[in-house]
Ligand binder design. Structure first.
Ligand SMILES: [Zn+2]
Length: 374
């Protein structure tokens, strides 16, 4: 019994310290992890996400990811600094390692790739990976107004003040993840093909391959100007609440065939299909989602960009009923109901009155007949 407990504790310990490499972070250590990874990925899966809560306490937190981004509720913040990337063009650099870690398709990135503007600190890249569904189910993690996109890319960075992504992963200011939605377009995406053309080589769990380096910037949308920002967590166990999230408004497209390759090629565990690797949206719990752009101002035809923070929220209410509107409608309905009831009552009274008159008249007519009988 004690031995079992010891083994369980040991497994949980190794998950917390090492398994986080499986998805959102910790890339360097992962390369040495192959003998471990075939078993450690069995510790959690996407089918039963509620079971994460009992094993990984951080998954119960109040600032979890992903979230549904409700465009009407986001706050436009013109002071959000633009994202500036550096060193993303790895053309002619050393080959990159692509792996199937049992949870996702992951590309290791060198820390010469950096976010040099957008946050208080510089963030180094560690890895990028994907989330997807299957042919029936779109599999982005974040949703926009409850809509899933077919897939989502996450480029994971760690705060340069920490010595490694592993050290940063549990710190509140540890990680910055850039997320972008992947949709379906008419044409093949040549940049994504650099990864997807070799996906067959990593079809089995814990396998990896080398691919020629390329300009990683091209995996992200053309414009990085429009984005949502909020504080959240890793979307996989151990769910550390250490991620400063940036979700781009502009999307990337790949061909239907390319998306199918992502959805259908990889295996996990005992030859099971690795698909639908997305976590359900989490409660916002009062967190604010900022937007770098006044999306709803455009939507509602309001062009002023001079107002700051609350502008979008205020404009957002134009599309909905205000409390005053709802009260007015309620009183209107109440008034009509009262009128109807009054008319019904008046009608009933009138009917009653005419009936009693008739009876009275009948009585009057009847009496003389009685007299005749007598
Ligand atoms: Zn992710």
């Amino acid at each position: 019994m004690q031995l079992e407990l010891f083994i369980t504790l040991l497994l949980v310990h190794s998950q917390v310290l090492g398994d986080s490499s499986s998805e959102e972070d910790l890339s360097k250590e992962h390369e040495d992890d192959h003998e471990k990874s075939s078993s450690h990925s069995d510790h959690w899966g996407y089918q039963d996400q509620t079971s994460w809560l009992s094993t990984f306490t951080a998954c119960n937190g109040k600032s979890q990811s992903p979230i549904d981004i409700v465009t009407r509720e986001v706050t436009y913040d013109p002071r959000l600094p633009a994202i500036k990337l550096d060193g993303y063009d790895l053309s002619d650099g050393p080959e990159l390692t692509l792996q199937n870690n049992g949870h996702t398709l992951q590309l290791q990135l060198p820390n010469t790739m950096r976010i040099i503007q957008g946050f208080d600190e510089i963030y180094f890249a560690a890895q990028l990976h994907f989330h997807w569904g299957n042919t029936e189910v779109p599999g982005s993690e974040h949703t926009i107004d409850n809509i899933h996109f077919p897939a989502e890319i996450h480029v994971v960075h760690y705060n340069s003040k920490y010595s490694s992504v592993k050290e940063a992963a549990s710190k509140p200011d540890g990680l910055a993840v850039l997320g972008a939605f992947i949709g379906i377009g008419l044409h093949e995406n040549d940049n994504y093909e650099k990864i997807l053309s070799v996906i067959k080589d990593v079809s089995s769990e814990a396998s990896d391959t080398k691919i020629p380096s390329f300009n990683v910037r091209h995996l992200l949308p053309n414009s990085l100007d429009r984005f949502y920002r909020y504080t959240g967590s890793l979307t996989t166990p151990p769910c550390f609440q250490s991620v400063n999230w940036t979700v781009f408004n502009d999307t990337i497209t790949v061909s239907r065939k390319q998306l199918a390759a992502l959805e259908e090629t990889l295996k996990a565990g005992h030859n099971e299909s690795l698909s639908k690797n997305f976590r359900a949206p989490q409660q916002l719990n009062g967190r604010q989602v900022l937007a770098s752009f006044p999306a709803l101002q455009t939507r509602y035809g309001v062009s002023s960009e001079t107002d700051s923070f609350s502008t979008t929220r205020v404009n957002g209410s134009q599309g909905a009923l205000s409390r005053g509107d709802i009260l007015a409608i309620a009183f209107g309905v109440l008034f009509v109901l009262t009128l109807l009831l009054f008319f019904l009552y008046a009608y009933q009274q009138r009917q009653k009155h005419s009936k009693s008159n008739l009876e009275a008249r009948q009585n009057v007519i009847y009496k003389p007949a009685n007299k005749e009988d007598v």
